[in-house]
Design a protein around this ligand. Structure first.
Ligand code: NDP
Length: 243
């Protein structure tokens, strides 16, 4: 068991973007960490103290559970899960490869449920814990070419709110963070070049300024750092000029 002063936090999708920025912040605040993503090198290169980096695909429930068990052996019980891993593959429904919907549903919805499954029993038993689900403004309103992605993020909002009701009697907090556009790798995985170009034009319409991963990490830390009896149920944040 390590002597770290603050308890273990699990962050999914920590090899890039919002997850990586959150890992750096929570490590600087003294937490031990379990970082999960398919690529381990970017997580290991952070060289954070009291941190276990595991190559886990969040769609693999057993691998997720095993990683949590290993981290708990090392650092003690999980106090928070930042359920952040996600993919956004924008497309036109008439032409998009259905394999892309499968990937989004598997990662953004089933992967999120796998995370919840891996930590909830322990949190309920200890009557302590925080689950932070990263949704999107696309979990509250629709956007062109976002049909399947919007479906996954509306699901994240629904799952989070229902889970919050279920876990609140046990003193476990469930928080939804819903960012607008953030400058990360997320859009790069969309295969439709026209849609990607359209996004750049949309960004210019709002003065070329979107959120940074660090902006979102700050809101995650703010919500988590409230006293345990205070549950910020949802934070919606976006660049000031985003509609
Ligand atoms: P990035 O693409 O920069 O990061 C996504 C992370 O998720 C990576 O670390 C990636 O790691 C991981 N990931 C993807 N698939 C899997 C998988 N199957 N198993 C494990 N890890 C996986 O994007 P963001 O930081 O922007 O995205 C983080 C979250 O924020 C997502 O849920 C996204 O939907 C949400 N969001 C982002 C917005 C934006 O504009 N960027 C706006 C609103 C919400 P690896 O490839 O190594 O597995």
């Amino acid at each position: 068991m390590s002597n770290s002063k603050k308890p273990l936090v699990v962050i999914t999708g920590a090899s890039s973007g919002i997850g990586m920025a959150t890992a750096k912040r929570l490590s600087a605040a003294g937490h031990s960490l379990l970082l999960l993503a398919r690529r381990t090198a970017p997580m290991e290169q952070l060289n954070l103290p009291d941190t276990l980096c595991k190559a886990v695909d969040v769609t693999d429930r057993e691998a997720f559970m095993n990683a949590v068990n290993e981290a708990e052996q090392k650092f003690g019980p999980v106090d928070a899960l930042i359920n952040n891993a996600g993919v956004m593959l924008l497309g036109h429904m008439a032409t998009q490869d259905p394999a892309e919907w499968d990937r989004m549903l598997d990662t953004n919805v089933k992967g999120l449920l796998n995370g919840i499954h891996a930590v909830t029993a322990g949190m309920v038993a200890r009557k302590q814990g925080t689950i932070i689900n990263i949704s999107s403004i696309a979990g509250r309103k629709t956007f062109p070419n976002h049909v399947a992605y919007v479906g996954t993020k509306f699901a994240v909002h629904g799952i989070s709110e229902n889970l919050r009701e279920e876990l609140s009697p046990y003193g476990v907090r469930v928080i939804t963070i819903a960012p607008g556009a953030v400058e990360t790798e997320l859009l790069s995985h969309t295969s439709d070049e026209e849609i990607k170009t359209g996004y750049q034009a949309w960004k210019q319409e709002m003065g070329g300024v979107v959120l940074s991963a660090e902006d979102v990490a700050g809101s995650i830390q703010f919500a988590y750092d409230q006293p345990q009896h205070v549950c910020i149920r949802e934070i919606v944040l976006a660049a000031t000029r985003q509609q």
